[in-house]
Each structure stands twice: as C-alpha cells, then as structure tokens.
Write a protein that binds this ligand. Structure first.
Ligand code: HEM
Length: 82
C-alpha cells in the first residue's frame, strides 16, 4: 500500500529531474547525496532543502506525509540506484 502511494507520487510529482532535482534512478545525481547519510537526506526532505541546483519544498510539497512515509520515500529513491 505504501508502495502504491509512493510510486505515483515520485513519478508524477517530479520524476526527480525537474528544476535541478536529482533524477530518479540516475546514479550520477545521487552518489554524493547518499554519501551524506540517509538520516541527512530524510531531514533535508522533511524540512525542505535549498541547494546549488534548486529548492525542494518541505516534504516535497506534501505536508500530509507521515514520518514513516518520508522514510519509505527516501528508501525508494535510494534503492532505485543500487
Ligand atoms: C517523494 C518525493 C520526494 C523525495 C523522496 C525527494 C527526495 C530528495 C532528496 C533525498 C534530495 C537530496 C537532498 C540532499 O542532497 O541533501 C532531493 C533534492 C532535491 N529535490 Fe526532492 N524529493 C521529492 C520531491 C521533490 C519535489 C516535488 C521537488 C520539486 C518541486 C523536489 C525538488 C528537489 C530539488 C530541486 C533538489 C536538489 C536541490 C539542490 O541540490 O540544489 N523534490 N530530493
């Protein structure tokens, strides 16, 4: 169920690749981010993140996401490039 929720969200909301966001499934954009550690990525997604490439809104703009859904979403994106 979580997967059904997360997948269309990731794909639809951005397919990460829009407006400077690291593209879903493309290793090059993710390697240095993953080296920051998963906890940092979860925090940056939860609080919103402004980097050199652009701005990600708090929880990707979905304030209704629970902390568990945040963790699932991050794991989902990281798993895609393993
Ligand atoms: C489920 C949805 C999403 C997840 C799990 C997600 C996750 C992430 C993560 C983990 C990063 C890396 C943060 C870092 O380097 O510390 C990132 C970067 C970014 N995200 Fe998202 N994101 C989501 C949705 C969105 C949406 C909807 C937008 C735009 C409206 C967006 C825009 C960006 C941008 C622009 C960056 C790069 C910022 C920079 O390095 O300058 N993201 N995202």
């Amino acid at each position: 169920m979580v997967k059904l929720f997360i997948k269309p969200f990731v794909m639809f909301a951005m397919e990460h690749g829009v407006m400077g966001a690291p593209k879903y499934g493309v290793k090059a954009g993710w390697a240095y981010r993953i080296s920051k550690g998963i906890a940092t990525l979860e925090k940056n997604f939860t609080e919103g993140f402004r980097g050199k490439k652009g701005i990600m809104p708090t929880r990707g703009g979905r304030s209704s996401l629970s902390d568990n859904e945040v963790k699932t979403a991050i794991a989902y994106m990281i798993n895609a490039i393993k």
